[in-house]
Design a protein. Sequence first.
Length: 152
Amino acid sequence: MTTTSRTDALAVLHGMYAAEARYLAAGGPGKADFALLAPFFSPEVVLHQAPSLPYGGTWRGHAGLERFFVAMSRTWASFDMRKQEFLAVDGPVVVLTQVRARARVTGRELEFPILQTIDFQEGRISEVRPFYWDTAEIARACGDCGTDSSGR
């Protein structure tokens, strides 16, 4: 977070989470415009998802994030971020999010935490690394989601 103060980082994250909620409420991928989210992310943003997840892989740039949201939409019928705690705001921001989600293929509901480290460059999110408590349980709940992570 070399060029972004912690106050700015928190403002960016709160804005991004609000924009993400609007994006998803408007129908998400294929229905809503990614332009709602684009201002919060560096054009060179990198999102690293665990390889064992149905949407695993490394997603790069705005186009990669758009493909990631499509993959998430194919995996989850709902993905509700119920509670967020900002655990660290100096250096990479660390956010603990409690999620309740329902798998699209199996209909199975799960509750799980995600811990994310988020880096910033010039006031925008530049890198995100989410850590899931149990990726194997998520994969089991999702069944054969067959998600393509060609956003690399």
